[in-house]
Design a protein around this ligand. Sequence first.
Ligand code: 5GP
Length: 194
Amino acid sequence: MKELHEKIIQDGKVLSNDVLKVDAFLNHQIDPPLMQAIGEEFAARFKEDGITKILTIESSGIAPAMMTGLIIGTPVVFARKKKSLTMSDHLFTSSVHSFTKKETNEISVSKDFLQKGDKVLLMDDFLANGQAVLGLLDIIEQAEAELVGVGIVIEKGFQPGGAMIREKGIRVESLAIIQSLEDGKVTFANGESN
Ligand code: 5GP
């Protein structure tokens, strides 16, 4: 997606050979017109699929998921990383290991907001090792809901998550696929670079 590629080149910061910082538009400060364009793009890609719910994970998946939900016209549910005292045990839970943060979080979704019969678009900001997506897939299975596909804003194609999820026969739509962050440079899978 052209606007996203341009934004990554302009404002993304390569922290190491495998971490891209996008605090300027996605992970800390949020760029609403870009989020709207992202929402329109996902809505166009999944418009024929009868989605009834979008599932993401707090916090950085919420902005793109929210814009997509607004355009498709579905609710957006985000998995919580900390259990709320008011949520008790009426929950689906799974665990997600973050290689970037080197921690494992228990994630949870209330049984009120995900049910059998839901057709779910799973979304996240990044796809790296695929652990966040696996945790959300586990929750969709527990709910006996139907997975339609996975929508990712930025996929790091040189890490194994994308291949692992696609090998399961799952449709993954990524708006930017990064092939390499080597030498402080962003190279996209389509050959563009800064
Ligand atoms: P995975 O579970 O696929 O390994 O990683 C996905 C999660 O890790 C994303 O939700 C995102 O929060 C975080 N993440 C992974 N790699 C990066 C990165 O290069 N930059 C940023 N900003 N977040 C990342």
